[in-house]
Design a protein around this ligand. Sequence first.
Ligand code: SDX
Length: 429
Amino acid sequence: MAETARLSVNGVDLDLPIITGSEGEKAIDVASLRAKTGAVTLDPAFMNTASTSSAITFLDGEKGILRYRGIPIEELGEHSTFIETAYLLIYGHLPNPTEKQKFEFALTRHSMIHEDMKRFFDGFPMTAHPMAILSAMVTSLSSFYPYALDAKADEYRDITIIRLIAKLATLAAFSYKKSIGHPFMYPRNNLDYCANFMHMMFAVPAEDYVADPVAVKALNLLLILHADHEQNCSTSTVRIVGSAQTNLFASISAGICALWGPLHGGANQEVVEMLTDIKVKGLTAKQFIDQVKDKKSGVKLMGFGHRVYKNFDPRAKIIKKACDDLLIKLGIKDPMLDMAKELEEAALSDPYFIERKLYPNVDFYSGIIYRALGIPTQMFTVMFALGRLPGWIAHWKEMMEDASTKIGRPRQVYTGPTLNHYVPLDKRA
Ligand code: SDX
């Protein structure tokens, strides 16, 4: 007997089907609700609403579990590379040796951008935020690959995915070079994805550059940890934009804009700016925590709290350890890491945070690693976008390939004036 939920509304008794996910989570299917009762559900910020079913990522906020296509993030962080993990998310399985070689070869061969796109950078001021540049550039890619405009054209989907993953690293590095007035460094075909990105970011024409393998390994780990996170704000944005059969470039550009928000991907930049502000003001961890607890201050402990994780964010635990290891290996002593640890210790023992189940999230320590890699604060959210790109693509592709996909169009509860009439200008108060 199929499991149902009994609902009585507007004088109608309704047995709504209950859907059970592969990890046993339950969902009430309300698809027939309005047609049968005239009522809709109301759930601001979708705190209790599943917008879709998906086979890509599973996370359990209470148990601190995160798995890509069933594989725990801890195993991927230890054994995989970012590009292999990207393939897993997008195509649903770890690539065999031939698939891996072809994917990596294609990414290498499509990492340059059209020479005309380079001139777009001339139009931006040096002070332009790289997220603004990135979203503009990604949308503009559709001008150079017009057949990608047809989102339903299966034959162009794989090459468009390759171009986007390959070129986003180049566009990100070029936006950094633009901000410091350095010449663009073209990608090199003899380097893997992360080493190539470090080369494009930090090499200069005047001398040879070899990326530190320790730094490349740390970058691979960070990008793996950011690669997907089920229906977060930016992924939901990619899905709703893509549900109109919008092409991949424009859908991803919308995701970049959503990620830019300080409550979402922008938090990694906010964390480092918060730690800098604490240092400049000479505050102790306790003094800052007291400010956060005073609602009137409007101050948040950025990098803490999460809509889903009401326990440790498993990514934060991995990043914190990677932070310690990297700074030791690179011989860097960063006082910001010490302050971050003091803040974490103070918060985790304070009732304000304990009662609200606020723990460090993925953004709390990631900025400190980016700093150690020489990446400037304004580029932190760009790094998040680089990591999240495979997840966004996987969700867009899953939706495009689902024949039941319909355009996303939520309902509302209207609270405005009832019937009203036009008042001529000379009759208004
Ligand atoms: C990401 O969704 C995802 O999966 C996102 C992400 C991904 O991989 O895609 O994990 C990436 O975006 C991580 C989150 C990065 N953002 C931050 O670190 C910004 C700081 N955190 C908060 O703004 C907040 O915790 C959110 C936005 C992350 C979650 O907000 P919710 O779920 O809407 O919770 P809330 O704001 O209603 O907070 C509940 C309570 C409130 O206090 P009360 O009104 O109950 O008294 O906790 C308080 C909040 O004021 N609170 C905080 C706090 N976060 C929540 N108080 C101080 N500092 C904080 N950081």
